[in-house]
Design a protein around this ligand. Structure first.
Ligand code: HEC
Ligand code: HEC
Length: 216
């Protein structure tokens, strides 16, 4: 690549200012990360998370990141770095990322919009919809929609569940206490799910996971 001189850079900066508000926001989020570094990292992420970060079924289900809330992604990358959340693969992937790269990556997946990967048992969908919208009052499970949104698209620290791989969801809720909120001195957003993760029966969990996995 040709070396970019200081003069050219400031020229580029002025051009960026004259450009759209969207482009300015992107530049700010990237911080000290160049577009080239970001694109290289994004392709690396997609080797596991699938084309357009749609999710991928490999040796383990690789979660969909497409359309995910930037704040949630940033929280999770930080949790992997600080080992509040454990996963051997992602602990290794995340700990080399600079804070600027974490922010830039987190901002990027939100604009991807591939269709859901699918593959969940369809007969469970109606039961899952009911649990998602109404919860399971007899078991003190609150409606998922009350936090994740009516359309399961999430908001801020509340993750999008729409289009997420059902097998990934089942594993995460089953193993919640063993994988998240692992530093008692640093309580985090995982505490909001914890009280009821063990209250769903395997069938109820499979149902709600199937329902959200088909949402666009
Ligand atoms: C070698 C495979 C691999 C690579 C490369 C990889 N990931 Fe992951 N990622 C995983 C797996 C597996 C999980 C599921 C972890 C779990 O089960 O808790 C995951 C989970 C995540 C999560 C949590 C998602 C959620 O819904 O909670 C985020 C965020 C994430 N990865 C971001 C990234 C980013 C950003 C990159 C690129 C810098 C990346 N990953 C590269 C395998 C990979
Ligand atoms: C009180 C608010 C609240 C309710 C109710 C709630 N969630 Fe969550 N959920 C959260 C928060 C916050 C997170 C992010 C946790 C973190 O940061 O580790 C989350 C995370 C998740 C995750 C992990 C997503 C991922 O990509 O790894 C799944 C799966 C999930 N919720 C499913 C459900 C289901 C199913 C229900 C209904 C039975 C439900 N949630 C109800 C707040 C809630």
């Amino acid at each position: 690549m040709k070396t970019i001189g200081f003069r050219t850079l400031s020229h580029a900066a002025i051009l960026a200012l004259l450009f759209s508000a969207g482009a300015r926001a992107e530049e700010k989020a990237s911080g000290s990360v160049s577009e080239q570094e970001l694109q290289a990292k994004l392709s690396y992420c997609q080797t596991c998370h699938g084309v357009s970060a749609q999710g991928f079924r490999g040796s383990a289900p690789m979660p969909r990141l497409a359309g995910q809330q930037p704040e949630y992604i940033e929280n999770q990358l930080k949790a992997f770095i600080e080992r509040r959340r454990t996963n051997p693969v992602m602990n290794n992937v995340a700990h080399v990322l600079s804070p600027a790269m974490v922010a830039a990556l987190a901002a990027h997946f939100n604009s991807f919009d591939p269709p859901p990967l699918g593959g969940a048992p369809k007969d469970l969908v109606p039961m899952g919809k009911k649990i998602f919208e109404e919860g399971i009052p007899s078991a003190e499970v609150p409606p998922c929609a009350s936090c994740h949104g009516e359309d399961a698209k999430g908001n801020g620290a509340f993750p999008r569940l729409a289009g997420q791989l059902n097998d990934y969801i089942i594993r995460k809720i089953t193993n919640w206490n063993k994988e998240r909120g692992l530093d008692p001195s640093k309580p985090d957003t995982s505490a909001m799910m914890e009280p009821f993760t063990h209250k769903l029966t395997p069938e109820q969990l499979a149902a709600v996971a199937a329902y959200v996995s088909y949402l666009k």
